[in-house]
Design a binder for this molecule. Structure first.
Ligand SMILES: Cc1cc2nc3c(=O)[nH]c(=O)nc-3n(C[C@H](O)[C@H](O)[C@H](O)COP(=O)(O)OP(=O)(O)OC[C@H]3O[C@@H](n4cnc5c(N)ncnc54)[C@H](O)[C@@H]3O)c2cc1C
Length: 290
């Protein structure tokens, strides 16, 4: 696979725009995310304020984005990134099934995480709370686990976990009826908080408690602080300057993750700025190494 110049995470307007600009500037770009593009684009009814496409529907805007990347030969690598580690002069990105990618610079375009973490979630991360069933399922062989899932696309993760674990409780945080393996018990309760209870985890719900070995929380986006250790945040957003630089050298952020207003055109514009900043960073590294 080799090392990429720029890894872009997220296939919303910010990530797509960053990938386009990085490609225009002849960089080796890896675009990671969902091939269905951002649901925040496809699901919108009517968009009145996107330049050049007055009153486009979400599907129309999404189709225009897809056509643009197709014409430029930009491919999406379908993967959800669970962690990004700085290694000095490059980054390692951990995808599902523990696939590792390497890139000299990283552009975070993962959108904003809806809602706050549950009380007890962040404190117990890696000690009974996980964001990735594919990565951690093997730890639950012969044990039981709870999955709190925010979208039907997480169901295969729960099925995979159920192949290892003795028992899986599945709490869908969405309206659709889950289509899961028969081994999985669907629980229609609202999670409230989580805490350690000896060697177990206790999930408190609006209707009682569940004692379990582990809790998997599968959201569309992971909070930026969890995604990139050491990243400075400002509330739910990544702190950036006007060049979309974060506090970490070679790491940039754009779109909703970089703050309000939450708008397509602002996301696309910031994607362009982030990619140009990444290009300057790569050029500077090259100059210094001569
Ligand atoms: C219903 C609705 C209507 C809207 N209408 C308008 C409007 O009319 N005009 C307007 O300007 N704005 C509108 N918005 C706001 C607009 O949708 C957002 O501002 C815009 O989509 C932000 O783009 P983004 O690229 O930053 O993030 P997003 O569009 O949220 O895209 C982020 C992408 O990153 C992916 N991702 C997240 N984490 C990871 C990970 N760890 N690994 C891989 N991929 C990941 C997500 O799955 C998603 O596909 C609307 C929003 C909604 C929800």
């Amino acid at each position: 696979m080799g090392r990429y110049d720029i890894a872009v995470i997220g296939t919303g307007p910010a990530g797509l725009s960053a990938a386009i600009t990085g490609t225009v500037r002849n960089k080796k770009v890896l675009l990671l995310g969902s091939k269905d593009l951002s649901l925040k684009v496809t699901k919108a009814h009517k968009i009145a304020n996107y330049l050049g496409l007055p009153n486009a529907g979400g599907e129309e805007l999404s189709a225009a984005f897809q056509k643009h990347i197709d014409e430029m030969g930009i491919e999406i690598t379908e993967d959800k990134i669970n962690a990004i580690y700085g290694m000095g002069d490059y980054y390692v990105l951990q995808g599902g099934e523990n696939v590792m990618y390497e890139a000299t610079s990283v552009i975070l375009a993962t959108g904003v995480v809806a809602g706050k973490p549950f009380p007890g979630e962040e404190e117990n991360l890696g000690r009974g709370v996980s964001y990735c069933a594919t990565c951690d399922a093997a730890l639950y062989r012969g044990k039981n686990a709870v999955v709190i899932a925010y979208a039907p696309k997480e169901e295969p993760e729960a099925d995979f976990l159920a192949e290892m674990a003795d028992h899986v409780y599945y709490i869908p945080m969405y309206k659709e009826e889950p289509q899961l393996s028969e081994k999985i018990e669907i629980v229609r309760k609202k999670p409230v908080s989580m805490e350690r209870d000896g060697s177990k985890m206790k999930l408190v719900t609006d209707d009682g408690e569940i004692l379990t070995d582990g809790i998997f929380i599968l959201r569309e986006a992971i909070s930026p602080k969890q995604l990139v250790p050491g990243l400075v945040t400002d509330g739910p957003h990544v702190a950036v300057d006007l060049q979309m630089k974060t506090n970490l050298p070679g790491c940039f952020a754009c779109g909703d993750i970089a703050g309000t207003p939450y708008q397509y055109i602002k996301a696309a514009g910031q994607g362009n700025v982030a990619a140009l900043s990444a290009v300057s960073y790569l050029d500077e590294l090259k100059r210094r190494s001569k």
